[in-house]
Design a protein. Structure first.
Length: 501
């Protein structure tokens, strides 16, 4: 975790990631953190869009088009689309994006007859191994390339403005004895006034920035391939059907990787390159399956899952049913989300939840917790939203696709770029405390929560809340059995308090 913590310390994040024999990888507060403070910002290491949404997501900056399709694309494979010429140029540059390396494999995968889940996981694996290869070549990440390009464009714009200003004729050059001079003099007053106003505005800006700095989280943590290798894989927990399926697919996966020359990996930085085995393919696939987050279009009535992204650092947060943090994925709905916005949303949802608690059921989970925290793990996404979006989105929106001309900016701003995920403290967190998020709908009762965590995340939850509620259940069941005993009844088993696998 050395490099993640290095970034955390350098960027002034209030947390670090540690590894312990009991908790595995987990996030820890390095100082007292007040409620609402930003904890960490992350961007995906790899992201893949489902085939039927491929025209709507920019392959480089992950911008999603909720109204139509992007027109920039790779004409060779027709599998990757871009929001702009800039993003396309990054992907197509052999020294930067190197899309050519996976172009043929993507074309082959597109015609491969397999279910959507399998295909999207393989695409994600391909992207992960491609990024591992790029790291070994010393290539910049898509995020850094995009940022650098933006900076260069800004510099160019500034230079052009400066050149224009230098070219503009001065009063002396134009003579200065005619009417224009008077106008120019007024212009000069105007300029002084504008300069004063700009100075004042920038002073105010500075003050605002200083204020924001207290609550600021800076650049996103960028992960590397070795962080992906640290993700928990539940390969041993696969059922017979999954094992049989992936045993069959792993050879195909290896042959697809071969087309792109991505059949090698190192298990530690600077380590020796080794041929990837089919066992390693299965372990990586399982790690991607259990750790990928869904990417959602939340402009629709019911959020639509259009792909998956892997944010290793975000996957190092453990779960608690009484969590102290939450994560928000930038999806373009909000330009800038603050801790206060998150707390406000939580309050609203809490009120809504208490109004409807009586009627809430397990099946509500996709529209409650996940909407509330605006983040969803793909396990739940695959189980619900992603399947339904296949049917509804393809026939409704895909059919009515509106294309955006290459010259037009498809969005008013570049909101939602890189699907930045930001973690916020939802209560005061003392130094040294574990930082946890919730993987599930915490409105569910104890038994349902434990069942969901066991089936989707393979662990029996013993968080403070589960333990407290379990004790309460134990007390009430023992008091009811005592009273029954008193009346001559038989003692009952504590059935159902601990779900078994
Ligand atoms: C997304 S990972 C979290 C990071 C993980 N601890 C690691 O070592 O990488 C999810 C996995 O962590 C473990 N985990 C998370 N929260 C837990 C908890 N409250 N109790 C026990 N295990 C937990 C489970 O094995 C779960 O499948």
């Amino acid at each position: 975790m050395e490099h993640i913590n290095h970034i955390c310390r350098d960027e002034g994040y209030p947390i670090v990631i540690e590894n312990s024999p009991t908790l595995g990888n987990h996030a820890l507060a390095v100082r007292d953190i007040p409620q609402g403070e930003g904890l960490l910002r992350a961007i995906p290491y790899a992201a893949e869009v489902f085939d039927n949404y491929k025209k709507r997501m920019c392959h480089i900056c992950l911008l999603y088009h909720n109204r139509g399709s992007f027109m920039f694309r790779c004409q060779d494979c027709d599998q990757v689309y871009f929001c702009s010429e800039a993003c396309k140029s990054i992907a197509m540059d052999p020294a930067v994006g190197a899309h050519a390396k996976i172009c043929r494999t993507l074309r082959k995968l597109a015609t491969w007859n397999s279910d959507r889940h399998t295909k999207s996981i393989i695409k994600l694996l391909l992207q992960v191994l491609m990024n591992h290869w790029r790291e070994r070549q010393g290539m910049s990440t898509a995020y850094k390339s995009r940022k650098r390009l933006q900076e260069m464009q800004e510099e160019q714009k500034q230079q052009q403005q400066e050149q224009q200003q230098m070219k503009a004729p001065t009063d002396q050059e134009t003579g200065g004895e005619n009417l224009d001079v008077a106008v120019d003099n007024h212009g000069e007053d105007d300029r002084v006034y504008k300069q004063l106003a700009a100075d004042l505005a920038s002073q105010l800006d500075l003050k605002e920035q200083q204020q924001q700095q207290e609550n600021r989280i800076q650049e996103p943590v960028e992960n590397d391939f070795y962080d992906v290798l640290r993700l928990q894989s539940h390969f041993e927990d696969w059922d017979d059907e999954d094992t049989k399926d992936w045993n069959k697919q792993s050879q195909t996966v290896l042959s697809l990787l071969k087309i792109s020359g991505l059949t090698e990996m190192a298990t530690e930085p600077g380590g020796e390159l080794k041929a990837i085995t089919s066992l390693e393919v299965k372990k990586l696939i399982s790690a991607l399956e259990s750790n990928a987050f869904g990417m959602f279009d939340r402009t629709k009535k019911k959020p639509v899952c259009f792909g998956r992204a892997i944010y290793p650092v975000a996957s190092f947060f453990n779960h608690s049913c009484e969590c102290n943090a939450t994560a928000v994925q930038a999806d373009g709905a909000e330009e800038q989300i603050s801790g206060a916005d998150v707390l406000e949303t939580l309050d609203l949802e809490e009120n809504k939840a208490s109004d409807s608690r009586e009627t809430r059921s397990v099946t509500d989970k996709d529209t409650s917790t996940q909407d509330l925290s605006a983040v969803a793990r793909s396990d739940s996404a695959t189980a619900s939203n992603s399947d339904s979006c296949d049917a509804t989105e393809t026939c409704t929106t895909e059919g009515a696709t509106t294309e955006v001309t290459p010259t037009a900016d498809p969005y008013d701003s570049r909101m939602g770029e890189f699907r930045m995920m930001t973690f916020f403290a939802i209560c005061d967190i003392p130094k040294g405390e574990d930082i946890t998020i919730s993987y599930i709908d915490t409105e569910m009762p104890l038994h349902a929560r434990r069942l969901a965590l066991l089936s989707d995340y393979h662990f029996h939850c013993c968080c403070v809340r589960c333990s407290r509620e379990e004790r309460k259940e134990d007390r009430s069941s023992s008091s009811s059995s005592n009273s029954k005993k008193g009346r001559g009844g038989k003692s009952k088993d504590k059935k159902g308090s601990k779900p078994r696998k």
